[in-house]
Every structure is written in C-alpha cells, then in structure tokens.
Write a new protein. Structure first.
Ligand code: MLT
Length: 214
C-alpha cells in the first residue's frame, strides 16, 4: 500500500492498562488537532485519541475539504479528501498499533461532515460515529452498506448553519442500514456540555459489550 498522505496530528494512546478503541477526532472549520482532545477524553476516558488537522485552508482556516460557499461543498474534493483521511486512519493504526476495527469518529461541524462522508464512502474505516452539528455531505447515487454501524447525530434546533439537514442525514444513514440515534437540542451550532454528556452515555450504552471502553 502506498504511504498515505500525512496530516499534522496528535495521537494520545489509551491509558496503559486498557485495550479500548480509538476515537478519531475531527475538528470544525478554523480548528486544529488540539481542539477536541479534551472533549474526546471526556467522552471516552479509556480510549486512544487520534486527532488530525484538516489539510484544506480557507482564508487560513483549516478544514477537511473544500467548499464553494457556506453549506455548498466541492464534491470532487470531498470524495478525494475522504479517501485520503480513511487511508491516514489505516496507516495510523499500523504506526501506533491500535485496532483499526475499533475506531469511532467524533466530528464537529466540518469534521462531522467528513465523518458522515467516510461512513458513506469508506464504511470499513469506522465502527461508529458521533456527529456533532452535522449536515448532509452529499446524496449518494447508490446506497452505502452500513450494516448496523451505529451513529449518534447531535443537532441544534437553533443551528443557523445545519438547519434541518441532520434529519435528512439521519434518513439516508438509516436507509444504508446504520443504527441511527438523532437527538435535537435547544441550542445553536456551537458545542455545549450536554453534547459531551449524551455522547458519553451513548458510547457506553452502544459499546459496553464490545471492549471499546474497558
Ligand atoms: C461545512 O463547511 O462543512 C459546514 O458548513 C460546517 C462548517 O464548517 O461551517
């Protein structure tokens, strides 16, 4: 396999006594690899954390793929970047020695959108996904096969960026066979403490028996 494109990233191993899974942390527009580390630790205290920085710059702000305008995505770039990121996750599993079958994405905004795209295009990369303020990355021409892969969608009723799109995303992930939980909160686009609380409860409930959290 050719060397995957490298990302500036942080990797925090799981605490030594555990053999849990890995959270793939994907920041929002203008963020970086440090942003979600505290959120990741709070959601999954025993997991390893892999946190890359998006390689696209929009007026100096890192993102995971190009957009043509707010909410209008460059589909070709999104597809290429999704594969690039999935390859990076696979390479990182070899490099750091974590289990590639136990990776759960936790993405916010632009990071949630590329995580959703990865579910649709490279489902083997993820054992599950926590999508914070997601939108529909694209409408797939043929349904993906998600075979019960669980996804938690945390949407804000007052979110001016995502609007009602999380409902459509939930629908299309369900059509693909994902086990989707969509939670609407009385909040906007930004993250709130309830996101962490709900995500950590969901993770515990969904992965209690799968050794993700030990
Ligand atoms: C995106 O571009 O992915 C969405 O508009 C969310 C954002 O990053 O603002």
């Amino acid at each position: 396999m050719p060397q995957a494109t490298t990302y500036v990233h942080r990797f925090e191993p799981a605490p030594a006594t555990t053999a849990g899974g890995t959270l793939l942390l994907l920041h929002g527009t203008g963020g970086n690899e440090n942003d979600l580390l505290p959120v990741g630790r709070a959601i999954a205290p025993d997991a390893a954390l892999l946190s890359p920085r998006g390689r696209v710059l929009e007026n100096g702000m890192p993102r995971f793929f190009r957009r043509l305008a707010e909410g209008v995505f460059d589909h070709e770039d999104l597809v290429a970047r999704t594969h690039e990121l999935a390859d990076f996750v696979a390479e990182s599993a070899k490099r750091y020695g974590f289990d590639a079958r136990r990776v759960i994405a936790a993405g916010f905004s632009n990071g949630a959108n590329i995580a959703a795209s990865m579910m649709l295009l490279r489902p083997e990369t993820l054992a599950g996904a926590i999508l914070l303020r997601p939108m529909v990355p694209f409408e797939p021409a043929t349904p993906a096969v998600l075979d019960g892969i669980p996804a938690l969608l945390l949407a804000g009723r007052e979110d001016p960026i995502a609007g009602q799109t999380p409902a459509r995303l939930a629908e299309l992930l369900r059509e693909a066979g994902s086990d989707v939980e969509l939670v609407w909160q009385e909040t906007g686009h930004g993250l709130v403490q309830a996101d962490v609380d709900i995500a950590s409860r969901w993770l515990r409930a969904r992965f209690a028996d799968s050794e993700f959290l030990r």
